[in-house]
Design a protein around this ligand. Structure first.
Ligand SMILES: Nc1ncnc2c1ncn2[C@@H]1O[C@H](COP(=O)(O)OP(=O)(O)O)[C@@H](O)[C@H]1O
Ligand SMILES: [Mg+2]
Length: 221
């Protein structure tokens, strides 16, 4: 597979230092608690920093010499392509799950960092990820990488993480500071635990650049 993968140029965005310390902590705890190698990154709401955390965490593992696959499994609002400033169109997860293509994995200019982009936005992402192919695909890929980091949609409003959560060894929850009420966070954690989804880490993303939309979102809940 990766012997003949195509390479794409990526560029990692600058991130606010408030979160980078947390990335290091999560990375270290994931490294030393062992078992988890297939990890999904999620959060309660949109814009909490899931995609930032997923890309940075993947890049950090790669920097440590680990072979990492970053998968964009937010088939509703895929953002990895844009966040990594990738030009052009590439097949990705959605084509692989609808069996239009074999898995499209790309190597990058960051040594040891591989990518599976989202591909075309499908009409029904939760159906696609629960059709059995995702689980099979992860079983094959887990032996080819040291870590697989999966970016996912937010928990509120989509069932996707409840499905993906059962296929991974752990979930990292991202909380954007001042964004989600404690009661909601607790409810979400209980819901994941009820579905036997293991939370292996949490990142408090301290970015404070709220715009008006963020406030509206916050008060809705
Ligand atoms: N720690 C951070 N430093 C800089 N920008 C951030 C940080 N966290 C989030 N952002 C910015 O906030 C926006 C939402 O982040 P994103 O990771 O796309 O959220 P999500 O994936 O949870 O929807 C993006 O524009 C992102 O660049
Ligand atoms: Mg995202």
């Amino acid at each position: 597979m990766e012997e003949n993968v195509n390479k794409i140029e990526i560029s990692l965005p600058e991130i606010d230092h408030s979160a980078s310390e947390a990335f290091r902590l999560v990375r270290t705890s994931l490294l030393y608690t062992g078992a988890s190698k297939v990890i999904a990154i999620t959060s309660c709401l949109p814009d909490e920093g899931k995609t930032v955390v997923a890309t940075q965490l993947a890049a950090q593992f790669a920097t440590l010499g680990k072979k990492v696959l970053l998968i964009d499994c937010d088939l509703r609002k895929p953002k990895i392509k844009k966040m990594l400033d990738i030009k052009g169109n590439y097949n990705g997860l959605s084509e692989a799950l609808s069996s239009q293509t074999d898995f499209s994995i790309y190597s990058t200019n960051v040594d040891k960092l591989y990518l599976m982009l989202a591909g075309k936005i499908p009409p029904n992402s939760s159906e696609l990820i629960s059709n059995g192919r995702m689980e099979k695909m992860l079983k094959v890929l887990r032996d080819k990488f040291d870590y697989i980091i999966i970016d996912t949609p937010p928990i509120v409003g989509a069932v996707d993480i409840q499905i993906i959560g059962t296929m991974v060894e752990g979930v990292v929850l991202v909380f954007r500071s001042g964004y989600v009420k404690m009661a909601m966070a607790k409810k979400i954690i209980r819901q994941l635990e009820r579905n036997d989804i293991r939370i292996v880490g949490a990142v408090l993303n301290g970015v404070k650049k709220y715009d008006k939309d963020y406030y509206y979102y916050y008060y809705e809940y």
